[in-house]
Design a protein around this ligand. Structure first.
Ligand SMILES: [Zn+2]
Length: 287
């Protein structure tokens, strides 16, 4: 059964580790992530962007697929199904479809409007026992066509949003979605420290986990980051493994064109990436 992300993140923040949010795109992605979490006895958050939800034929299809897998694959570790960077309308749709967690990304609204809409969603989520992630200060790079500049959040605005009763808070600290440019300045630990000082026990979320050096990830966790989003890295691993299979001509040998064979190397590559991240984040055996 799907669970809210609240308990797993409260435990993570207290225990100084982070739970990975791995975004899903299809059946192979979902199965690879769930099986790896179960094998490593780790809690996990499945992330779904609005674009990926649409690609997978809608939120209800996603909920049906994930719930089916939890049962048929005997997944017993805590799993949250979470809308990533949701719009106000998207968040409501996911709640209706059966997601156990949503992110409302109101970072592009003026702070007053972000507060207003976040407050409404806090009430809905509290009533239903769902977790809610809010964002302050846009996160750089491109995600589903939304391009942000990679700013640092204002710690006072973070406190304002945290005080509304959200479960977790994504604050921009110089992080970027997608691949990091060669001239990237790195994470602003000064900002992260200031945000944590103002928000106390609130689990903080680090977006754009792909390509952040390991020592920076570990330092961010020590400063209160309890959820780290990984998306691009699984995509790159899947693509590289699939390319290798086809370039080696394996799809032309025997029944190598069978999708169950063709997609197997990419599936294994996602599993390996998720395992590496769970070990780095410290969530292994924390289920
Ligand atoms: Zn993000």
């Amino acid at each position: 059964m799907l669970v809210s992300a609240k308990e797993m993140l409260t435990k993570a923040k207290a225990g100084k580790y982070a739970v990975g949010q791995f975004n899903i795109n299809n059946l192979e992605w979902t199965k690879a992530i769930l099986l790896t979490a179960q094998e490593l006895n780790s809690p996990v958050i499945l992330g779904v962007s609005e674009g990926a939800g649409k690609y997978m034929a809608g939120y209800k299809t996603v909920v049906g697929m994930v719930n089916g897998m939890l049962e048929e694959l005997n997944i017993t570790v805590p799993v949250a199904l979470h809308l990533d960077h949701g719009s106000y309308e998207g968040a409501k749709k996911c709640i209706e479809a059966g997601f156990s967690s949503v992110m409302f990304d109101g970072s592009h609204y003026p702070i007053e409007e972000n507060v207003e809409k976040t407050k409404e969603l806090v009430n809905i989520c509290n009533e239903l026992g769902l977790s809610l992630e809010a964002e302050v200060g846009s996160i750089g790079g491109e995600e589903d066509g939304v391009v942000g500049a990679g700013e640092c959040a204002d710690p006072d605005e973070c406190k304002m949003i945290a005080d509304l009763g959200v479960t977790m808070l994504a604050a921009g600290i110089g992080n970027i979605h997608g691949k990091y440019p060669a001239n990237w300045a790195g994470l602003s630990f000064e900002t992260l420290d200031a945000v944590q000082a103002k928000t106390g026990d609130m689990p903080l979320v680090l977006h754009g986990g792909t390509g952040i050096p390991e020592d920076m990830i570990k330092k961010a966790i020590s400063l209160g980051v309890a959820k780290i989003n990984v998306n691009t890295e699984c995509q790159l691993a899947f693509a590289a493994a699939t390319r290798e299979y086809i370039e080696a001509g394996k799809d032309l040998q025997g029944k190598g064109f069978d999708p169950r064979k063709l997609l197997a190397p990419g599936f294994e590559a996602i599993k390996a990436t998720v395992k590496e991240k769970m070990e780095l984040f410290g969530s292994v055996n924390k289920a």
